[in-house]
Design a protein around this ligand. Structure first.
Ligand SMILES: [Zn+2]
Length: 426
């Protein structure tokens, strides 16, 4: 199993079982009324109907939807913490993400000098986290097209020569985004894939033919499809259309209402299906906070509360959260909550090769779960059977009752009590 799966408790002994009841999205199937028993760090069983289990702690509420914890392949930062800052920032992000239903993520860094990427890879591998699991590092670059660099700094882009590729492999990222049309890129893709790294295509002007050659070489993901790619012309479909069409590839969609029109999201999902579509937030340290100036891999960026841009106006990531993306996709006319959850859990887990343990509500799988209320808002999040987030409940008189006593990391979406720290600039 993946080296980066951590948080497994030393022993499940002495811990009470937890029972959840409600509509269960497995997410391949939908069970209108079912019960999920959690023992230790695993799901013991999933049974249809409302089961009674003596002594189990019942964390259910009316209207609950029980789904696999959400997995985000592209997290640059969150709530004032810039992932590129290293261990402390990554740990803080891990603690905060469960409030958005996320139980696993790839801390992401955009194009930086190779030595810095090496440090980032080591920090990701070494960081012990208390909340959402760290599933490895995503290097978005540095082998990207200068013509499609978006917010990446030209000075940090590299051609994928053998030495640079060796340095990237040595940094042990889980996912690397590459522009397939660069000289040497196909060889680089083969080398990265042979090293067990998931290779994505992105920030690229590749033609459809170049895209298919890249998939033959080992590309299996499309980073923020349509954004920072050649436009789709019906006679020159380019990278985005080719990745959508190729059954070997999973496509990443930043369905935040800014980066993609909802019709584009719907068409992409109709073409690739939920099994080949992964929602990604591409969120930055501005996500979860008001408009203002923030950091992205050390660069100044500005959030207007809807999107994040560099000072020259280039889009530079999002303020989106995974639960918000799930709600947006679930509201599309041809889709529903089950499909939306699949794109944010099982599909990214499968891409990373961890779907034997993560991304499923099935017996034997890790008890990484999100419980949504009747409006698809996050009510409860568990990682390895531990409650890592519990939304405060509002009593009949409007009083807010506190989070669960045994929650090791809690935030309240009612109280909005967190204080953001570090990366926000004065
Ligand atoms: Zn990008």
């Amino acid at each position: 199993m993946n080296d980066f799966i951590r948080n497994e408790p030393e022993s499940a002994d002495g811990r009470d079982a937890i029972i959840l009841r409600g509509r269960v999205l497995t997410p391949a199937d939908e069970l209108a009324e079912a019960s999920v028993l959690i023992r230790g760090d695993r799901i013991a069983w999933v049974r249809p109907g409302r089961e009674e289990v003596p002594h189990a702690v019942d964390l259910s509420a009316n209207g609950d939807v029980i789904a696999p914890g959400l997995i985000d392949l592209q997290v640059n930062g969150f709530k004032g913490h810039d992932a590129a800052g290293g261990g402390e920032a990554i740990n803080a992000i891990s603690a905060l993400l469960p409030a958005t239903g996320v139980t696993g993520f790839l801390p992401t860094v955009i194009s930086r000098p190779l030595a810095e990427l090496g440090r980032f890879g080591r920090a990701v591998a070494a960081t012990e986290v208390a909340g959402a699991r760290v599933l490895g590092a995503h290097f978005e670059g540095p082998f990207l097209s200068p013509a499609f660099r978006g917010a990446h700094e030209q000075a940090h882009l590299r051609t994928p020569d053998a030495r640079a590729v060796r340095d990237v492999v040595a940094a042990r990222p889980r996912l690397v985004t590459v522009a397939p049309e660069l000289p040497g890129a196909l060889r680089a893709i083969e080398t990265l894939a042979e090293a067990g790294i998931v290779v994505a295509a992105g920030h690229s002007g590749a033609s459809a033919e170049q895209a298919y050659a890249a998939v033959d070489a080992g590309v299996r993901f499309g980073t923020h499809l349509f954004n920072a790619m050649a436009r789709w012309h019906h006679r020159e479909p380019g990278l985005a259309a080719a990745l959508l069409a190729d059954p070997r590839v999973t496509v990443g969609l930043v369905a935040d209402g800014v980066h993609l029109h909802r019709t584009t999201v719907e068409i992409a999902l109709l073409a690739a299906g939920a099994a080949r579509t992964a929602l990604t937030t591409d969120q930055t340290s501005a996500a979860g906070l008001p408009a203002g100036r923030y950091l992205l891999a050390g660069m100044d960026v500005e959030s207007d509360g809807r999107a994040v841009a560099r000072t020259d106006g280039t889009l530079a990531g999002t303020v989106a959260t995974m639960d918000e993306l799930v709600r947006r996709v679930a509201s599309l006319p041809s889709l529903g909550l089950r499909e939306a959850v699949e794109t944010a859990s099982l599909t990214p887990a499968r891409l990373l090769g961890v779907d034997g343990l993560l991304g499923r509500v099935e017996s034997g799988c890790a008890a990484d779960l999100v419980v949504l209320d009747s409006e698809s808002r996050v009510r409860l999040t568990l990682v390895g059977g531990r409650v890592v987030y519990r939304a405060a409940e509002i009593d009949g008189d409007g009083a807010v009752s506190g989070p669960a006593a045994h929650a090791s990391v809690t935030q309240s979406r009612v109280k909005k009590s967190q204080k953001a720290s570090p990366a926000k600039r004065p």
